[in-house]
Write a protein that binds this ligand. Structure first.
Ligand SMILES: Cc1cc2nc3c(=O)[nH]c(=O)nc-3n(C[C@H](O)[C@H](O)[C@H](O)COP(=O)(O)OP(=O)(O)OC[C@H]3O[C@@H](n4cnc5c(N)ncnc54)[C@H](O)[C@@H]3O)c2cc1C
Length: 372
């Protein structure tokens, strides 16, 4: 957001207030390379400190906001101090969904959680993972790669079923089992597992401050395609929002790193008075064992799928369609297909089922050339 303000020529002061004490860092490593020990703590940082100075951004770290005072145009900190504003952007992200009876489990969201989990893995302890969504699957993969004995409990019939569907879910279940995970599907975890436990059952948008201030909420702070909330002068960006997507013609909530960055940038530009609507297709990746999964789309319901190349033999991809329109794609070790399909989606390209299925058809050919 701050970078978008700078890009659009904003000349005023930018103050970023954050409860976490660390310099802003990239969370995706926390369930992947950081657990494996291949990404060091120093490599987690989002930008070097000097860049914040160059952008004219003052960072107030380790400071929690307790109230948004929209009348007086100030935010109130836990310490009782206040910070005034002319324009406000709320980017409070999301927090890990809690599971009743599992208060002592690790909920992987921030660096200190990852440090705790890494210490568990280094101790060689046996690990139970509750939830086979992306974070649960990544943690299970990292733990197996570090030699831990791992059980995973998932209430649904397949891992990652909600976004990827049944067929890919089955494929991933096989992948985890082949790597030695004791995967227990359609099973709730017993209360007393007696092992170290990680719970990864999704996240919830941190809307409390905005809700208390009277800003409209609908499973996330409700914003338009430029990040405007229901209150003039107050914007929101990132995981905490449910934003209008002109591309998918739907209000969507996305919890992906790149979308938080790109939408945040667009919101910053809009705050500075020079912005285009954010109309990109969300994209994320996941690393599990030797597999790199990439997904582009808004996680919307589909009515048909088409596979490119041989299902189950990477590289391959699955396209998701609704009423004939491409609305999502997942690639397994097939990042070029995902990247091209993403651009095709954004360009609303017309692609036939035969072209989608044919690995020899370069999806870039379906994208209309820009005019002029
Ligand atoms: C373990 C893990 C792995 C992930 N892996 C991937 C991945 O592989 N690919 C992908 O695309 N995405 C991944 N994600 C998701 C991605 O990290 C998020 O989409 C992204 O961090 C969202 O950015 P954000 O700025 O909106 O929110 P956040 O990163 O949650 O940042 C919000 C910040 O606001 C602060 N805050 C909240 N309330 C207050 C308050 N009252 N006062 C002060 N500060 C406050 C929080 O402390 C936090 O620092 C992963 C997330 C996690 C946790």
């Amino acid at each position: 957001m701050a970078a978008g303000l700078g890009d659009a020529g904003f000349q005023g002061e930018v103050v970023v207030v954050c409860g976490e004490p660390e310099m802003p860092y990239e969370r995706p490593h926390l369930s992947k390379g950081f657990l494996l020990g291949t990404v060091a703590r120093e490599r987690l940082g989002l930008r070097p400190a000097a860049q914040y100075r160059e952008l004219g951004v003052e960072l107030l770290l380790g400071r929690w906001v307790t109230e948004l005072d929209l009348e007086q145009h100030k935010i109130v900190l836990e310490s009782g101090d206040t910070v005034g504003w002319d324009l406000l952007c709320i980017a409070t992200g999301s927090s890990a969904r809690r599971l009743a009876g599992f208060d002592d489990a690790v909920y992987l969201r921030v660096l200190s959680d990852a440090l705790q989990l890494r210490a568990i893995l280094e101790s060689g302890a046996q690990l139970d993972v509750v939830g086979a969504g992306f974070i649960g699957c990544e943690v299970a993969a990292a733990a197996r790669q570090r030699g831990s004995v791992v059980r995973v409990f998932e209430v649904l019939p397949q891992p990652m079923q909600r976004v990827l569907g049944e067929e890919l879910g089955n494929y991933l279940a096989d992948v985890h089992r082949r790597h030695g995970v004791d995967l227990r599907l359609e099973t709730s975890p017993p209360k007393d597992l007696g092992r170290s436990v990680v719970v990864g059952i999704g996240s919830v948008p941190r809307v409390e401050l905005a809700a208390a201030a009277g800003i409209a909420i609908d499973d996330g702070i409700q914003v338009d395609e430029q990040g405007r909330t229901s209150v003039p002068g107050v914007y929101a960006a990132g995981d905490v929002t449910r934003f209008w997507s002109p591309l998918f013609e739907a209000r969507i909530r996305v919890e992906h790193f790149q979308t938080a960055q790109r939408q945040g940038f667009a919101v910053g530009q809009a705050m500075a008075g020079r912005g285009d609507p954010f109309a990109e297709a969300p994209w994320f990746w996941s690393d599990q064992y030797e597999l790199n999964l990439q997904y582009a789309g808004a996680g919307l319901a589909w009515d048909a799928t088409i596979t490119r190349a041989t299902f189950g033999q990477p590289p391959f991809s699955v396209f998701y369609l609704r009423e004939g329109r491409l609305i999502g794609v997942v690639g397994v070790n097939d990042r070029h297909t995902v990247s091209r399909a993403r651009h095709a989606m954004e360009a609303r390209a017309q692609i036939s089922p035969q072209q989608l299925a044919d690995p020899a058809f370069d999806l870039r050919r379906a994208i209309p050339r820009a005019q002029g």
